[in-house]
Design a protein around this ligand. Structure first.
Ligand SMILES: C[S@@+](CC[C@H](N)C(=O)[O-])C[C@H]1O[C@@H](n2cnc3c(N)ncnc32)[C@H](O)[C@@H]1O
Length: 259
């Protein structure tokens, strides 16, 4: 708990995002990753392998853009650095591990960015129109959306559900995921997308209680490369009687005319 509190204090986060608690969320992800190291190991290994293979195929000594880099648990930096001159790590919250790596290596740049385009509007009470143009027009060798798409709607959806109900919140969540996929398409570089495509809630005995679509009806574009399951929170992590796991998919989206 103390480590989590210190980590959240050392997490760099825009002021509006801090008001919504993104720095605490970032520290909580890193802490859960440590607590669940054994349960998460296969997922992190699959993720790193997909990223390393994409880097090997598309790395041309230019720029790699990682969206949702977070605590870097699923990013094989040692395999990436020889393939690119520059790594841009984009996330709304950069914890101590990412800040330390960027401080040590001038090829790593941290971009503190809201990839939904909604956070300021949520805080100011303005209408919510998801959309992001970050790095559109930048020359990129490869883009990776790294276990991010299902996370983007969570904060805004939760607030809207409390205020306007579940149906309105679900529509907003679908718009957020759609806007992210549209952003990826406009980046005009090969894009590896790793994302949850099914979430299963389980009771204390492991039985499935309910199944959710974490992408709110939005299909991942491009070619499916692989799927695997991720035991995110086995019973005991959130509560004794509930837990959840997900199916993660890796998709490769190539821009038009890419060979
Ligand atoms: C499941 S975590 C994945 C983190 C990282 N790939 C890892 O496993 O180490 C999702 C990430 O999405 C980021 N995120 C959530 N909402 C965001 C937003 N609106 N803009 C940018 N990043 C966001 C979180 O800060 C977090 O780092």
């Amino acid at each position: 708990m103390l480590v989590e509190w210190i980590t959240s204090g050392l997490t760099a986060c825009p002021p509006a995002a801090r008001r919504l608690g993104y720095h605490r969320e970032a520290a909580a992800i890193a802490a859960r990753g440590r607590r669940r190291a054994r349960d998460w190991a296969p997922h992190l290994e699959y993720s790193r392998r997909q990223v390393a293979e994409a880097a090997e195929r598309f790395g041309r000594g230019g720029t790699l853009l990682v969206l949702g880099s977070g605590p870097l648990l699923d990013l094989p930096l040692a395999a990436l650095l020889p393939r690119f001159e520059r790594l841009i790590l984009a996330d709304i919250a950069h914890g101590p591990s990412a800040r330390w790596r960027a401080w040590r290596d001038p090829r790593i740049t941290l971009d503190r960015v809201d990839l939904t385009g909604l956070v300021d509007s949520v805080v100011d009470g303005r209408p919510l129109k998801p959309g992001c143009d970050a790095h559109v027009g930048t020359a990129l060798d490869l883009v990776i959306s790294l276990n991010l798409a299902s996370q983007l709607p969570l904060t805004a959806r939760g607030l809207v559900a409390a205020q306007d109900g579940e149906a309105v919140a679900d529509r907003l969540a679908a718009d957020i995921v759609r806007a992210h996929l549209d952003h990826l398409a406009r980046l005009a570089a090969p894009c590896l997308i790793l994302a949850d495509v099914e979430r299963r809630w389980r009771d204390g005995q492991g039985g499935v209680q309910s199944v959710e679509d974490p992408l709110f009806g939005q299909a991942l574009p491009g070619k499916r490369l692989a799927t695997w399951s991720w035991d995110v929170a086995p019973p005991g992590e959130i509560s004794r009687d509930t837990g959840f796991d997900t199916t993660v998919a890796a998709h490769l989206l190539l821009p038009p005319h890419h060979s």
